[in-house]
Write a protein that binds this ligand. Structure first.
Ligand SMILES: [Ca+2]
Ligand SMILES: [Ca+2]
Length: 245
């Protein structure tokens, strides 16, 4: 009897220990957004600064400049450094042109794009964020926006988790379409352009909780069965114990 109690106690301690370890594991691993690509423009070029991705643009090269940046939306300890500064161009030729960020989201879901931006009064003041599932056709996401006159502390955030086609997509791309510039030297700066997502194969917090409650249910079920088995064997022992002698 004492052995049975000890055994049950050991089982309970083991289960609690395993649960605690699992809980620690799943909460440390639970789905957290991870940066896939970051442009901080601090090296005054369009080459990605962390992760993988490529910028293409049809804005006249002479109107793609670099100027003081911001720590708004900076990641991984990046300093403000520089930002990309786009001009309207002669005859405001760059109205209707774009910066396109091609970033493979293979292995990621719940894609979120964010960046800091500011514009001068004659710069592009009617910009549209777009996404693409094939890198060719772009779709408007959200309404057109007007950049603030200063970077400020809050980035523009485009939460694309509802666009399932952007998950795990080697051809995913994001675009800012610029419009509304009213002078050649009006500018719009962009800094800390970040594409992030949830790595696939990592349980969501809800899944982690479900996993633990499932495990707990399984334990209770096993415990119940063992108790029933014990009762049956005790009753059976009473009824069919062989006669002594
Ligand atoms: Ca910067
Ligand atoms: Ca760079």
């Amino acid at each position: 009897m004492q052995i049975n109690v000890k055994r049950r106690l050991t089982r309970r301690v083991s289960f609690n220990l395993i649960s605690a370890i699992l809980l620690l594991f799943v909460t440390s691993q639970a789905a957290q957004a991870t940066e896939i690509a970051i442009w901080n423009f601090n090296d005054s070029n369009l080459i990605v600064d962390h992760g993988s991705g490529v910028i293409t643009s049809n804005i006249n090269a002479v109107n793609i400049l670099f100027a003081a940046g911001t720590t708004n939306n900076a990641r991984l300890g990046d300093p403000a450094g520089q930002s990309v500064s786009l001009q309207g161009g002669t005859g405001t030729a760059n109205n209707g042109r774009h910066l396109t960020f091609s970033v493979s989201t293979l292995g990621f879901s719940n894609i979120v794009v964010s960046f800091a931006t500011q514009g001068t009064s004659t710069g592009f003041n009617n910009n549209q964020f777009q996404y693409s599932l094939d890198g060719l056709t772009f779709v408007d996401f959200g309404p057109a926006y007007t950049p603030a006159t200063a970077f400020g502390s809050l980035p523009l955030v485009f939460t694309l988790s509802s666009i399932a086609g952007l998950n795990d997509n080697a051809n995913a791309a994001f675009r800012i379409l610029f419009n509304g510039a009213s002078s050649a030297t009006g500018t719009n700066r962009i800094d800390n352009f970040v594409v992030e997502g949830t790595p696939s194969g990592v349980p969501e917090p809800t899944t982690a909780v479900l996993l633990l409650s499932g495990l707990s249910g399984l334990y209770r079920l096993r415990k119940g069965r063992r108790a029933a088995e014990l009762r049956t064997s005790q009753e059976g022992g009473k009824q069919s114990a062989p006669p002594l002698g």
